[in-house]
Design a binder for this molecule. Sequence first.
Ligand SMILES: Cc1cc2nc3c(=O)[nH]c(=O)nc-3n(C[C@H](O)[C@H](O)[C@H](O)COP(=O)(O)OP(=O)(O)OC[C@H]3O[C@@H](n4cnc5c(N)ncnc54)[C@H](O)[C@@H]3O)c2cc1C
Length: 546
Amino acid sequence: MAPNRYLVSFDARRSFHQFTDILVIGAGIAGVRAALEVPPDLNVLVVTKSSLRESNSAYAQGGIAGVLSPEDRFENHIEDTLIAGAGLCDRQVVEMVVHEAPNQIGDLIRFGTHFDLENGELALTREGGHSHRRIVHALGDATGHEVMRALLAAAQERPNITFWDDTFTLDLLTHERRCVGALVWQQGLGPLLVWAQQVILASGGCGMVYRETTNPPVATGDGMAAAHRAGAELRDMEFMQFHPTVLYVAGSARYLITEAARGEGAYLRDVHGERFMPKEDPRAELAPRDVVSQAIFRTMERTQHPNVYLDLSHLDPVKVRERFPGINRVCRSFGLDITKDRIPVRPGAHYMIGGVTVDMQGRTTVPNLWAAGEVTSSGLHGANRLASNSLIEGLVYGTLCARGAVEAVEKNRHELRALPLHFASDPDARTDSLDVTDLTNSLRSLMVRKMGIVRDQARLLEARQDVGFWCGYVLLREFNNAEGWELQNMLTVGRLMIHGAITREESRGTHFRSDFPKRDDEHWTRHVTSPPFPNSDAERAKGLFG
Ligand SMILES: Cc1cc2nc3c(=O)[nH]c(=O)nc-3n(C[C@H](O)[C@H](O)[C@H](O)COP(=O)(O)OP(=O)(O)OC[C@H]3O[C@@H](n4cnc5c(N)ncnc54)[C@H](O)[C@@H]3O)c2cc1C
């Protein structure tokens, strides 16, 4: 049996309808920045599946990269991004984003963001892979919280922008292969059809596919899976960036210890107290994330210990507490004093590099569908994202998508009307019960074990088989709750990720294959495109990947 095109059954003749010029899916930095770029004469509806404050953006700690210091140059930021991206960045995209970054930071200040200052100037810090101090931050280590506070406040003052929270986007509606809106679900109301002239997808990443992740629960890859079902191209799904230092204390949420801690001089030590990074890489603790994560993985294997330690005890305690108030607070709640004690850490899934393919304006391969932020693969990050380059990507592409969508609406203004779309799943698939929590936990553990930091063909093939087996019955069901839809989306995304990892027979950036440990520029300086969603019943009957 084939996976369903839509997650739930609907019939436009018997549904509630909503009409808007531009629909934005997601209220993180990319979505809200997009909404703010729409002129007052066009209506924007922004939907988000949880509260407005729940997004990866709101949890960003370290900051936003941009060339702002007189000692720095655009060429340096471009070069650092290209080096981290390990040969897969699109140079034109990198140049465009780096040149736009200072303007976007200026816009954030105009929207009301209060960045940290030093002697009246923007305070700039440095993170792994950056050759210069160029990261602006806010509230010490709570940059995302402050930026999102300011952006949301600015957007809520605009009469043309409407926010719907607690509104789960199930699928993108397509008609004659064009995107015409979205199928959303509101508790108590059920399925609702939102018809839009243009749709901007800004639904973020999919860290929740892994058991250990820095991402909040909303990051289940819904937008990636919906775009896949709608026929959009996805690529580079093998590249999940693991953050090297995630707090590892039994019972704690997997709290991220920002890169900036190492930027300010923190050391990584093994269980015996040895600093191991200087032996691994000349940049030691400031090497890019993939290098540090893989070194930690090897150290944990060598010492047979489930974590390593971050040590700030040699730094000025007053400065440490002032610079990292959030980390200090969380660690104190577990009886750890960050100025004296070593902090137990291990890598966790952090940032999805792959996603929906977009061009330099944010256009996807589906007409009328744009995408911005972590849901996309824009070509900025290549095979590995440079720290603090993602918030800026969301800002730049959110702006570009909105401009493109506005131009498209203005070129072709037409009366919106509901189209006679409908979908019905197999009635039997709606009744059986499944233990969704058990399956979700199984998938998230499998991804750590078989599709984690170090991969090989044997484990990847096992992962493909297991996930394929689960997809075989879960994707046919029809659920009426978010847990079920999220499981379906995570299975879909996990499957595409495993496909990418099996296909790429080399090691590059965040993708490390122990059976192909070398980078192979001759064969693999290219993207891996995900297999398309089968769009006919006959194709679907063959299964997702034939
Ligand atoms: C702990 C942490 C620290 C980080 N620190 C930094 C940093 O310092 N600098 C940096 O550059 N990057 C950082 N990142 C990465 C960065 O935060 C993200 O890449 C970026 O915020 C993504 O923005 P976005 O707008 O694309 O997605 P998000 O901010 O994740 O927003 C996605 C939105 O889509 C909504 N959504 C998802 N699915 C659905 C659905 N089915 N229906 C409706 N709505 C949906 C969500 O509710 C949310 O509103 C960090 C990430 C984490 C997790």
